[in-house]
Design a protein. Structure first.
Length: 244
């Protein structure tokens, strides 16, 4: 599951489709927003529970400005505390194997986390500068997984499973970004497009929800993101079956 800020909610729609069709989830891998949704899926949350939780969140309760800004615009702690309240403490407590993509800020290396403290790992994977500061974990300084591996399919290559990859942030034509946050996110997408596209051939099925018109920060439109993800999964599996 790729990153994508609020667009990551579309992952919950894909997950809902998989469950409705009785498909067993053998393992989950995600980056940034994909790591957030993936963690809740691996912890046993249903898509409906994810939607309910997302709708209950008041943005100002988790996105608290850091004044004056030091290493980030927002404080990590409120988001991290949210993860600690709702997720198990460690990977080892999850119902299915889970892999989190992060980036080592000092070495520039891609890092895959699959054991140890879970909320901290998810926070690290979603710590996109300048919004959030890097997370110290396991002797490394980690930030957003999208910089080094936004579609972390590699942990699943050695597993006996059908690999469904979901990219909620393809680089598509767009109108001029309206503010600094949109410019930052657009620049990020341009930077990661090549290494992410190189992962597509590793997927047994690639799902790319059509999210144009649904931006990266529209957290009030939870159900719309989820519905688009569901429809994209329905379409992709329909095409797969018709071609088989």
């Amino acid at each position: 599951m790729s990153g994508g800020a609020a667009r990551g909610l579309a992952h919950a729609g894909v997950y809902r489709y998989l469950l409705e069709k009785g498909l067993e989830v053998a393992a989950v891998a995600g980056s940034s927003a994909g790591a957030v949704v993936g963690a809740f899926a691996a912890a046993g949350y249903s898509p409906e529970e994810m939607v309910s939780l997302a709708l209950s969140v008041k943005p100002l309760s988790v996105f608290r400005p850091q004044i004056p800004p030091k290493r980030s615009l927002f404080k990590n702690e409120p988001v991290l505390e949210f993860f600690r309240r709702h997720l198990p403490e460690r990977f080892e407590e999850l119902e299915v194997p889970f892999f989190v993509s992060a980036t080592d800020l000092l070495s520039g290396e891609a890092v895959v986390l699959s054991e140890g403290p879970l909320p901290e790992a998810v926070m690290a994977s979603a710590a996109l500068p300048p919004f959030f500061e890097p997370v110290e974990l396991g002797g490394r300084l980690l930030n957003d997984g999208g910089f080094s591996n936004d579609l972390p399919v590699e942990p699943l290559l050695k597993r006996d499973c059908f690999r469904v990859c979901v990219d909620v942030t393809p680089l598509e034509p767009t109108d001029a970004p309206g503010n600094w946050a949109e410019i930052t996110l657009r620049t990020f997408l341009i930077a990661v497009r090549a290494h992410k596209a190189a992962k597509y051939p590793l997927c047994d099925l690639l799902i790319v929800p059509e999210l144009k018109g649904l931006g990266f920060l529209n957290y009030k439109r939870v159900k719309e993101y989820v519905e688009v993800g569901y429809r994209a999964a329905e379409k992709a599996f329909g095409q797969l079956l018709s071609n088989s």
